[in-house]
Ligand binder design. Structure first.
Ligand code: AHR
Length: 665
């Protein structure tokens, strides 16, 4: 079974399993049961709720990265995916009786990192020219009246300047927008222009033709909407980026996941390959069986974090590849491989250079590169992750320690996050924690993809965690599905993260984005196609928590009347205070089928308002948001008097967020 097939089989099992009924677990979730919390309240990590981004399911190319041309630099190959080649996504265009030849060459490239380009030898341009047409990612979606930035590198091989036509085309010869230029150089030269779209279209194509007998080379063909997130060049798709921004994440982890440690040693993600001019970046195959243009690279990740007010959390491989390299049980599986000791010095230097790239002064080598990219100010990197759910082998441990020691010695100001395997328990988890204990790693990264019942049953997981050692970053978690039942199980669990916000420093649902036509992992937080996107109910749970986080947990304020013994795991709640605003925020989760009366200890608060604001997310357990349409489940806003709130009844299958201001609590 290949790596991808292995994961797909997990997805299928998760998706086709019968609807999962909630278990009535044996662990108390009533706030009054939490022995950890003191009545005065306890601080919650400022960085508790963030996001995890991985280029999985076309999350970057064909997704968040707004480039509309697929395989823009002719670097696709069969190593990305069987059957792919440098002309995948392209057609040779010889309408109007033109003819000539097309070839893919690599003798004199724009940059040696981007070796392939197309050579057109046009014998007769016919009436409409001869050239190439890009099909986009499942077509190119354009909007009437919007402007698109086009660019291309051309090297004129024949003597005379060559007139070129660029067209956004539809079916049956429809032209949606044009741009023309004439080549001026026998060296590689970038030509740019703006195309104004005169139609809405879902499946436009981009055609570039030479209209004279000539020979020329073409590379790095690009088309971006001007309307990117914050109108940035080499930017992000505005609606997807905004949806992530609307989560108000306190941090963003990037670039993954398994993508970080890669499918074999030569596939380990190397951040230095992803910065600088896009045409010079070194592209690579994606562990999820496609291609990474790395147009969305580390500069763009840092910039996006800054744009949305999220702390950047880059994760680097611990100098070992993914243990599933070559497929989990497949013939040809290579398992975890480690960089040689001879390579470690350079590898560690790359990680130190990353910190300099993010934070170093403009006068430093890597700070200067950040400055050239357009950002003289530092990106204020505070966290770095080393390793991703790696098998805890001797070779891993040895390399992790080498990196850990070097980063600590040179950058004691950086908080290092270690890794404790892919599951919430087991050998790698135990050994990972042992290593963290031995090295006093400040934070470790736990992962769990589990059934909803697990999240309900494990509401008390962190109540009794040892608190003298590492803190926890739950770097990846999700219950297996996108229904209301799944989302509410996550919500219930998240109340426990607030309750334990002293030891659980950070948490991020995973994965974040999936292209509906190229989904290789389910569930995800946001699904999209070229035109639109779907915010799942899980998304709204994340948003309701992250926008109502607070900084202090206040115990013993909410009691479920019918759950005095605390045995009903479908009920969970938390009470937090946001000291900046003085707001008290109650989160009440009822993942069960009956309305749940709860007593709220309001007399403890000095309230001057008449009503509290309420946001409710509710539905049936099987409900899910599929395509954007009326009827999708979104949080509803209302208000409630304090007399009613004192005896609040949490509707069946709901998450309630109740907010009011209390003076001097
Ligand atoms: O989130 C999807 C994958 O799950 C990540 O790449 C990996 O870290 C985990 O196994």
């Amino acid at each position: 079974m290949s790596f991808k097939t292995f994961f797909q089989s997990i997805i299928l099992v998760a998706f086709w399993a019968p609807v999962i009924a909630f278990a009535q677990g044996s662990h108390p979730v009533s706030l009054s049961q939490n022995t950890q919390a003191k009545s005065s309240g306890k601080p919650i990590s400022k960085d508790l709720f963030g996001v995890f981004f991985e280029d999985l399911s076309y999350a970057a190319d064909g997704g968040l990265y707004a480039e509309l041309v697929q395989n823009r630099s002719f670097e696709y190959s069969a190593s990305d995916r069987k059957g792919w080649n440098p002309l995948t996504g392209w057609e040779y265009t010889t309408e109007g009786y033109g003819y000539g030849t097309i070839s893919v060459e690599s003798g004199l490239p724009v940059n040696h990192n981007n070796p392939h380009y197309v050579v057109l030898n046009i014998d007769d341009p016919g009436q409409q020219g001869v050239g190439v047409t890009n099909l986009g990612f499942d077509g190119i979606t354009i909007k009437s009246g919007e402007r698109y930035n086009f660019s291309v590198y051309v090297r004129q091989i024949s003597d005379k300047p060559i007139p070129m036509q660029v067209q956004l085309r539809g079916n049956k010869g429809a032209i949606y927008g044009t741009f023309s230029f004439e080549t001026q150089s026998r060296q590689w030269k970038k030509y740019s222009g703006v195309i104004l779209a005169n139609q809405n279209a879902d499946s436009a194509r981009l055609t570039i033709v030479a209209t004279q007998k000539s020979k020329l080379a073409i590379d790095e063909v690009s088309l971006f909407p001007q309307n990117t997130f914050k109108n940035e060049a080499n930017g992000l798709r505005a609606d997807l980026a905004q949806a992530i921004a609307d989560l108000h994440p306190k941090f963003m982890r990037f670039p993954g996941g398994c993508l970080v440690h890669g499918d074999g040693l030569d596939n380990i993600y190397r951040w230095k390959n992803t910065i600088g001019p896009v045409e010079n970046r070194q592209q690579q195959r994606n562990i999820w069986s496609y291609h990474q243009s790395v147009g969305l690279g580390f500069y763009e990740y840092f910039r996006f974090c800054e744009d949305i007010g999220a702390k950047p959390l880059p994760v680097v491989a611990a100098a070992v590849s993914c243990q599933n390299s070559g497929g989990t049980w497949a013939i040809g599986s290579t398992g975890q491989k480690a960089l040689s000791m001879a390579d470690m010095r350079g590898y560690i230097q790359d990680i130190l250079d990353l910190i300099e790239y993010a934070n170093g002064p403009v006068t430093s080598t890597w700070g200067a590169k950040r400055t050239i990219a357009g950002h003289p100010k530092p990106f204020h990197l505070q966290y770095i992750g080393i390793g991703n759910e790696d098998a805890q082998t001797d070779q891993f441990r040895e390399r992790f320690k080498m990196i850990y020691d070097a980063v600590r010695a040179k950058h004691p100001e950086i908080t290092i996050i270690g890794t404790v395997g892919p599951s919430p328990s087991g050998k790698d988890y135990d050994q990972g924690w042992n290593l963290a204990d031995n090295l006093s790693v400040p934070v470790v990264d736990e992962h769990f993809y589990e059934k909803p019942e697990w999240f309900l049953r494990n509401n008390n997981r962190y109540d009794t965690y040892r608190r003298q050692n590492s803190q926890v970053y739950i770097g990846e978690y999700a219950s297996w599905g996108n229904t209301m039942a799944n989302a509410l199980s996550e919500a219930a669990f998240m109340t426990s993260l607030e309750r334990n916000g002293d030891i659980v420093r950070m948490a991020s649902y995973a994965p974040l984005l999936a292209n509906l036509n190229h989904t290789s992992w389910n569930p995800n937080l946001i699904y999209f196609d070229n035109k639109t996107m779907v915010q799942t109910v899980n998304y709204y749970v994340q948003q309701l928590f992250s926008t109502n986080q607070g900084d202090t947990y206040i115990p013993n304020k909410i009691e479920f009347i019918n759950n005095k013994a605390g045995k009903d795991s479908t009920l969970a709640a938390s009470c937090v205070k946001d000291n900046k605003t003085g707001d008290i925020i109650l989160k009440i989760v009822n993942a069960g089928s009956n309305p749940a009366p709860a007593k709220i200890a309001l007399t403890d608060f000095n309230i001057s308002e008449k009503k509290a604001s309420v946001k409710i997310l509710k539905g049936n357990p099987d409900d899910k948001n599929t395509i954007v349409q009326p009827g999708n489940i979104t949080p509803a806003s209302t208000s409630i008097s304090f007399a009613e709130l004192e005896h609040y009844i949490a509707p069946a299958y709901s998450l309630s967020i109740i907010r009011f201001t209390a003076r001097d609590h």
